[in-house]
Design a protein around this ligand. Structure first.
Ligand SMILES: *[C@@H]1O[C@H](CO)[C@@H](O)[C@H](O)[C@H]1NC(C)=O
Ligand SMILES: *[C@@H]1O[C@H](CO)[C@@H](O)[C@H](O)[C@H]1NC(C)=O
Ligand SMILES: *[C@@H]1O[C@H](CO)[C@@H](O)[C@H](O)[C@H]1NC(C)=O
Length: 482
């Protein structure tokens, strides 16, 4: 079914009148774009034939544009139902700008994940959202896609603010925004976090910025200095809101909100809904649309084992794991800065490559290591828990608790990682006599099963190539039944 919509059209898409069965009306409306939901959907019935004229540099009408996309290689890993249990929507169903769709497809995102299906249309309509979703399920796409769709490039001020609790997440989210908006021609995204040079940020804000991705302390500082002008921000997103609304941060967040447009829309994503989130919601959100996709166990798709060792056997045990497992990338957790450095040294001596990061390292250096690891420059990363929030590295298929954590929450944060974007993964816990009670307690609290490590581990549990065949069969079947 084709749809028509009226909206303010940014400079880049100016002049498009038709795309892929969607009609795009040009309107000269100039009021608050984001709040006055401009999306009147009108059914015009029937698929429109593709037009043939040129609509901009290198972009064509009809389906032709898809041919010029530079798609990443297909991801054939088995996915768990928290990313596959969709309603069957397509990104093209949301009347997004063609250029944004190009960015989406070039990210390798073929279809919206469940949290994206729930979020995108509602966020586009201007309504507040309260979403419960874990990371690794397409959460950042769920808010970045509608946010980018609504950026008006004719306006040269800050229009959207994404709040995140950590620098790592800020960098990750800004990287995704930049990639998604690659074809949008000039959406200016800026990340600003504590621990970086304030002067640089001040200079940067002197130029055009449309989207700011920030940690609370730094952006509030810039707002109060009069450097970041957020008075026209109409959409504010909070990622990992449970963390953002913790005691340390909530005052800052409320302060920031007081500077925004009165009619701002708030999208709030959180893995849990502690009292702090509920209180905030009651005070600042207006009839939020609630999304809860967290019924499923968070450890889904991850096979968990323990190996019973003494402290002195740990390195030897790790060495054995390295030689037996088919590790694509691994993250190894220790409980202190010193132990991270020591272990990293040992691993190097054993002849394996590894990076390490911990809290006492310079932020800039940490960022670089993180970035390089993410880009696959090194196979193993040793770290403390500082690294555990909202990091999404799909290539990691094995997580090792070299030191077993003391509580269930930490355990979840560390291990959830190996099942990123719903992929399968392996978690191995080295357990000493002291850890036995914690192991039992964590198993109980998470209602999960951590088994003794078997002498050989089935590769289909965690190695991508070993489950690609099923995928191909499925694809084949769907192609034969149009
Ligand atoms: C870290 O683990 C080591 C070895 O298990 C233990 O001796 C030490 O007490 C632990 N430190 C902390 C801070 O938990
Ligand atoms: C394995 O890791 C590399 C980076 O180290 C990554 O590029 C690749 O996609 C990963 N493969 C799988 C199947 O995850
Ligand atoms: C993802 O986000 C949740 C929710 O805030 C957070 O608690 C957790 O640390 C993150 N999980 C991982 C595995 O990074």
């Amino acid at each position: 079914m084709a749809t028509a919509k009226m909206e303010n059209v940014g400079a880049v898409v100016m002049g498009i009148s038709k795309q892929n069965g969607q009609l795009r009306g040009l309107s000269s409306q100039s009021g608050p774009t984001i709040q006055s939901n401009p999306f009147a959907r009108v059914s015009t019935g029937g698929q429109k034939p593709a037009a043939d004229s040129q609509e901009g540099p290198g972009i064509r009408f009809g389906e032709d544009w898809k041919k010029s996309l530079q798609l990443p290689p297909k991801d054939k890993r088995v996915k768990t139902s928290d990313v596959t249990a969709t309603k069957g929507n397509e990104f093209e169903d949301y009347c997004l700008k063609r250029e944004l769709l190009m960015g989406i497809f070039e990210m390798g995102w073929e279809k919206p994940s469940p949290v994206q299906e729930e979020s995108i249309p509602i966020a586009l309509s201007g309504r507040d959202i309260l979403a419960r979703a874990k990371n690794g399920t397409g959460k950042s796409g769920a808010y970045l896609i509608p946010m980018l769709e609504r950026i008006d490039l004719k306006k040269d001020y800050i229009q959207a603010l994404v709040m995140v609790p950590t620098r790592e997440l800020a960098l990750q989210v800004s990287q995704i925004s930049i990639q998604l908006s690659k074809h949008l021609g000039g959406v200016k995204v800026m990340a600003t976090t504590g621990g970086t040079n304030l002067r640089d940020d001040i200079m940067r804000l002197d130029e055009i910025v449309h989207v700011v991705i920030a940690t609370p302390g730094r952006i509030l500082d810039l707002i109060k200095k009069g450097v970041a002008k957020v008075g026209k921000v109409q959409i504010m997103i909070m990622d990992e809101a449970d963390k953002l609304l913790s005691q340390d941060f909530v005052v800052l967040i409320e302060d920031i909100i007081s500077f925004l447009d009165k009619n701002r829309q708030i999208l709030l994503y959180s893995a849990t809904f502690p009292i702090s989130v509920q209180k905030f919601m009651a005070k600042h959100l207006r009839k939020p649309y609630e999304i809860n996709l967290m019924e499923e166990l968070t450890l889904k798709g991850i096979t968990q084992y323990y190996a019973y060792v003494t402290e002195r056997q740990k390195v030897h045990c790790l060495n054995t794991l390295f030689s037996r497992l088919q590790i694509n990338q691994s993250i190894i957790f220790c409980n202190s800065t010193q132990r991270v450095e020591l272990l990293a040294k040992k691993i190097t001596q054993l002849g394996y490559s590894c990076f390490y990061i911990h809290a006492k390292m310079m932020q800039e250096y940490r960022n670089r290591v993180f970035h390089d690891f993410r880009n696959g420059l090194c196979r193993n990363l040793v770290c403390t828990d500082l690294f555990t929030r909202g990091i999404d590295i799909q290539a990691v298929n094995v997580v090792i608790n070299f030191d077993f954590p003391r509580n269930a929450e930490t355990y979840l944060h560390r291990i959830g990682r190996s099942g990123r974007f719903g992929h399968l993964g392996l978690a191995i816990n080295l357990i000493t006599a002291e850890d036995r009670f914690n192991l039992k307690a964590i198993e109980d609290q998470l209602v999960t099963d951590i088994k003794p490590i078997p002498s050989s581990i089935d590769k289909s549990l965690y190695v991508a190539e070993f489950h690609s065949n099923n995928d191909e069969v499925e694809e084949h079947e769907t192609q034969e039944n149009p």
